[in-house]
Ligand binder design. Structure first.
Ligand code: ADP
Length: 273
């Protein structure tokens, strides 16, 4: 019995070793296939990004030409019959949206292939906000939306890219006006903390339904609401906004109550000077 046991044990050990060897070989094979598939997927993704970038880049020139000629024709707009004037306005709006979409796609493509330029230096938060308010005010005035900005006594400086920070504030401010009700309010504030500065944009608009809130920063997400059906956009603004803030080492936050309004806020590192 002892001899038989010993023989069985040796056999079992041999079998075990053989099994382990096969498992190892199979695991290595699987790993290899997985790595190859991953490399293939990465290459396809890179080609897709490259295609989007080239397509958007090539579209830029004809759209600029169309917009240029439309501007020229518009100078004589009052001479045309009313229906032609309406067609011209629709063409201008559509080409404006197309141009925005192309710019958004280019910015995303640049960020994804890491060719986006971010030049971080100390910048003044109050000046950035005031400049962006100036740009949006005529649109807000048309719908009687008040933009309130309580300026801090001493404006804190942040370490960020000036153009990108203005773009971020402009995007949030634009949304706060676009998705606001007539006679609504937009409140901007600056909160200075130990290591960073928070800029907050609060609106009294239509808000975002709870079930849609997790999608708000996704590419091309647009909420379909009866009240905002006429509002044009690309669904890329918030995606780009978050991407830019994160590239500058900050964070974006938001809260919203449907029917009451939304608050978007972002933090960026404080300049230590
Ligand atoms: P766009 O405004 O071009 O559609 P965004 O990425 O800026 O794209 O916003 C995505 C969607 O999020 C908008 O279509 C809108 O439904 C919703 N949204 C963004 N900001 C607000 C806001 N302040 N109030 C209500 N809804 C908003």
């Amino acid at each position: 019995v002892a001899i038989q046991n010993a023989k069985s044990y040796a056999l079992l050990q041999q079998f075990n070793q053989e099994l382990e060897k096969r498992v190892r070989e199979r695991t290595d094979q699987l790993k290899n296939t997985q790595e190859k598939e991953l490399a293939k997927a990465k290459e396809v993704n890179r080609l897709k990004d490259e295609f989007v970038f080239i397509a958007a880049h090539e579209l830029q020139t004809p759209v600029t030409v169309i917009r240029g000629f439309l501007d020229l024709v518009s100078e004589a707009q009052s001479k045309f019959p009313k229906d032609i004037q309406d067609y011209l306005n629709s063409m201008k709006n559509a080409s404006g949206n197309l141009s925005q979409l192309i710019n958004d796609l280019l910015e995303i493509a640049r960020s994804e292939n890491n060719t986006i330029k971010i030049e971080v230096k100390p910048i003044n938060t109050t000046t950035c906000i005031k400049d962006e308010i100036k740009k949006i005010k005529p649109i807000a005035d048309r719908r009687n939306i008040k933009i309130n900005f309580k300026m801090p006594k001493k404006s804190p400086k942040i370490m960020a890219d000036l153009i990108k920070t203005k773009e971020v504030i402009g995007n949030l401010l634009n949304n706060a006006v676009k998705y606001n009700k007539e006679n609504g309010n937009v409140d901007l504030s600056i909160i200075e903390r130990d290591d960073d500065v928070v800029i907050e944009v609060r609106d009294t608009g239509y808000g975002i339904a709870e079930k849609e809130q997790r999608k708000i920063f996704q590419k091309f997400f647009r909420s379909i609401k009866r009240e905002t059906i006429e509002v044009t956009g690309t669904g890329l603004g918030l995606f780009i906004t978050r991407m830019l803030i994160e590239k500058m080492g900050g964070k974006i936050m938001f809260s919203s109550v449907e029917g009451k309004g939304s608050t978007f806020a972002f933090s960026l590192p404080k300049a230590k000077i």
